[in-house]
Design a protein around this ligand. Sequence first.
Ligand SMILES: Cc1cc2nc3c(=O)[nH]c(=O)nc-3n(C[C@H](O)[C@H](O)[C@H](O)COP(=O)(O)OP(=O)(O)OC[C@H]3O[C@@H](n4cnc5c(N)ncnc54)[C@H](O)[C@@H]3O)c2cc1C
Ligand code: SF4
Ligand code: SF4
Length: 425
Amino acid sequence: MTAEKQSPASGSILVVGGGISGLTTALEAAEVGYEVFIVEKNPYLGGRVAQLNQYFPKLCPPTCGLEINFRRIKDNPRIKVFTLADVEKVEGSAGNYDVSVRLNPRYVNENCTICGECAKVCKTEITNDFNFGMNRTKGAYLPFDMAYPSRYVISPQIIGTDDAKRCKEACKYNAVELDMQAKTINLKVGAVVWATGWKPYDAGKIDNLGFGRYPNIVTNMMLERLASQNGPTQGKILRPSDSKAPESIAFVQCAGSRDENHLPYCSYICCMASLKQATYLRAQYPDAKIYIFYIDLRAPGQRYEKFYKMIKEDKNVFFIKGKVAEVSEDPQSKNITVVAENAVTGEKIRQTVDMAVLATGMQPTAATAKLPADLKYTAEGFILNDFKAGGMFAAGCANKPADVLSSNQNATGMALKAIQTLMKR
Ligand SMILES: Cc1cc2nc3c(=O)[nH]c(=O)nc-3n(C[C@H](O)[C@H](O)[C@H](O)COP(=O)(O)OP(=O)(O)OC[C@H]3O[C@@H](n4cnc5c(N)ncnc54)[C@H](O)[C@@H]3O)c2cc1C
Ligand code: SF4
Ligand code: SF4
């Protein structure tokens, strides 16, 4: 739509979730004239994409794309962002919803210049959830460099302690507000887009794959953080038990996905994620042996197929068609042995490697935290789009497992659906 053909704004849109899908819906709607509220539970926007090292298939850093979106949001007065926020209640019907949103305190206001003095004086360290607990961060922290809003957070864990007082005293900009309280605000909106995304399936539930028991078994999302410059090892992929440079790595595909005991569906992206991660390893370790154990390799579309072909050229990447049945650890060396049956030859394979990566799939966040609205779900917790009822829509991975490209396409479509709801009022 051009500015001249812009539709008259007739209400507001609430977007729940500020990942790439939520950002896309919000920007598409706001840039054609609609007022949009983004409610995000994290202290930053970007969702899971902010945790990735590079994007397939281009292998560019996701922060570039995110930065452009953040700038567009900053420049658009029609978008209001609430971070550390949860939707408590949605009442009403299409075109006319009353929404209660709880805003949790950040204890740092907009005066913050991200100078970092509060973190320097803070003695308490807390688990770094952004890095899946692989390191710790100070109780006063910036979630990651380039975070938006670019503002520190003070963890509720240090509120009431001397550490919190030290942070306040260290701040020259009067940005630390230790008496900030949670509050509830009410919004009136015409449409709601749920872009609540996904979380990695809990690999600890897959008993036979050893995650949580053996330190040298990590998940694919952990590998993204290990490969990231702003990750726990400053981008060097090292095996967790002894920080050794791995010479051999096994990828275990469909870890939890396509399994009636866990996630019965294909998570769509984890084959491509492992192929991409093979490039991270190759860039750091030119001679490392990479073993990919798979049931089927799924690289949908021409670009992804091309990417797969490129990885197949690598003589030290071995593709083994066989579902991994068990893993074990050598107590001395901490090496991992992966056992699978080769589906082509029928032979039992035992491959010992320095570390293993579980290609864990996507579980919709709504599967474990039901949303406070009248929504329909699949048996696995993906939100169903009931276009007949209208008014509320699901975008991106809240609706189905997807890569960024298809999440964005879907999110753009849902912006249009939301706008249509407002136009019908
Ligand atoms: C290992 C791995 C690597 C990947 N690599 C790539 C890649 O290279 N290229 C690619 O195209 N795709 C990749 N993907 C897929 C990509 O991560 C997803 O396509 C993308 O995250 C989808 O974005 P989303 O906004 O739908 O969901 P999310 O990224 O999950 O964002 C959802 C947002 O909603 C927020 N939220 C959730 N619930 C609530 C609530 N109740 N209230 C408020 N906020 C809430 C969350 O905090 C989050 O910020 C990869 C996936 C994996 C597992
Ligand atoms: S809260 Fe204050 S001390 Fe901490 S980073 Fe922001 S401006 Fe600096
Ligand atoms: S994308 Fe690949 S690894 Fe992921 S569930 Fe589907 S087939 Fe398995």
